[in-house]
Design a binder for this molecule. Structure first.
Ligand SMILES: *[C@@H]1O[C@H](CO)[C@@H](O)[C@H](O)[C@H]1NC(C)=O
Ligand SMILES: *[C@@H]1O[C@H](CO)[C@@H](O)[C@H](O)[C@H]1NC(C)=O
Length: 318
């Protein structure tokens, strides 16, 4: 009898969890961008905008009246998304441009066309990313994670910087991740040639994103361009396409995982919220300033990574 009484709650637990799931999910996924700022006349670029968080971010910017460039590797997919966003928001100024962040030629071509086409750039969202892909290299021979997540966006930001400065006040939002905590910058193994783990390579590149946000902030002080790095939360997206284990975990815990729309809130918050300028260079999660690891605060590493990145990309160091 006693045994049964003890067993009962246990049997009920899955049911209770199921019923309470929306509540629990809300607790775990606080952070909604409540700003009502409208963006008519503003120009925005979102990289990797044809799926997941990028797509939702682009949609929300279009909803607020901005002209939004979807910078995508797959232009055909991009066009479908643009059509969908135009239909949903009534904003016809949603444009698709080819951008492959794993190829510096493509990045340069994208920037060149954009600069010729547009007088302004107010919001740049460095959203695209790869996660846990098997060891592979970009067109320029960089390891894929550091190449796309860090160097690709570094070059893109660099090429668009003057336009951002001319358009000030303007903002750059860099998507990083809590995973940066496990990241380290191994200067002797930046391209993963001596040792490589797909999971850690992702963490390293996300640490690089934060270091860059901080270094760029330092360099841009007073220019009217402000920069933010963002942890979007645990979001179901195509990022996990390379990992079966992750896909399984995602499925198991899907109740507690943010939708792309919820995942886009912190990017959006950093892109539009009024009065955020004094927090430039900071890292955000759930629409609040968030903790970063001590590596991510190391200015010596940030400066050296900046110089090494310029070197790798053939950019003048300062
Ligand atoms: C964003 O991250 C990229 C890649 O790490 C970097 O190149 C770029 O300078 C960063 N931008 C900002 C504004 O921090
Ligand atoms: C920054 O990182 C370097 C190299 O890892 C280390 O030697 C140095 O002590 C760190 N500085 C701080 C302030 O943590």
């Amino acid at each position: 009898m006693v045994g049964l009484l003890l067993l009962l709650p246990l049997l009920l637990l899955p049911f209770v969890l199921y019923v309470a799931a929306p509540q629990i999910r809300r607790m775990l996924t606080t952070g909604v961008c409540t700003s009502t700022v409208q963006l008519p006349g503003k120009v925005a670029i979102v990289t990797g905008a044809n799926t997941g968080i990028g797509k939702e971010t682009a949609k929300e910017l279009a909803q607020r009246g901005a002209r939004v460039y979807l910078a995508c590797r797959d232009v055909q997919k991009g066009e479908l998304v643009a059509k969908e966003i135009k239909g949903l928001t009534g904003n016809q100024q949603v444009l698709v441009r080819k951008l492959d962040l794993a190829d510096t030629k493509s990045i340069r071509a994208f920037a060149k066309d954009f600069l010729a086409e547009e007088k302004h750039l107010h919001i740049l969202i460095n959203n695209a990313g790869v996660m846990m892909c098997p060891y592979s290299k970009t067109a320029d021979g960089f390891e894929m994670h550091i190449g796309v997540n860090h160097l690709g966006h570094f070059l893109l930001t660099h090429l668009l910087l003057e336009k951002l400065q001319e358009s000030a006040p303007s903002r750059v939002v860099n998507l990083s991740s809590l995973a940066h905590y496990l990241g380290r910058i191994h200067f002797h193994n930046l391209q993963g040639e001596k040792f490589y783990s797909a999971g850690l390579a992702y963490c390293h590149s996300k640490l690089a994103n934060i270091l860059f946000t901080r270094e760029l902030h330092r360099r841009l002080k007073g220019s009217g361009v402000t920069v933010y790095s963002v942890h979007p939360g645990t979001v179901k997206s195509e990022l996990i396409r390379h990992s079966t284990v992750m896909s399984l975990m995602w499925w198991l815990f899907s109740f507690f995982i943010k939708t792309p729309q919820q995942g886009a809130q912190t990017s959006l918050y950093c892109a539009v919220t009024e009065g955020l300028e004094s927090l430039s260079g900071k890292h955000f999660s759930d629409c609040q300033v968030a903790w970063v690891s001590s590596q991510a605060r190391n200015e010596t590493v940030a400066r050296r990574l900046w110089d090494v990145s310029c070197d790798l990309l053939g950019l003048p160091v300062d």
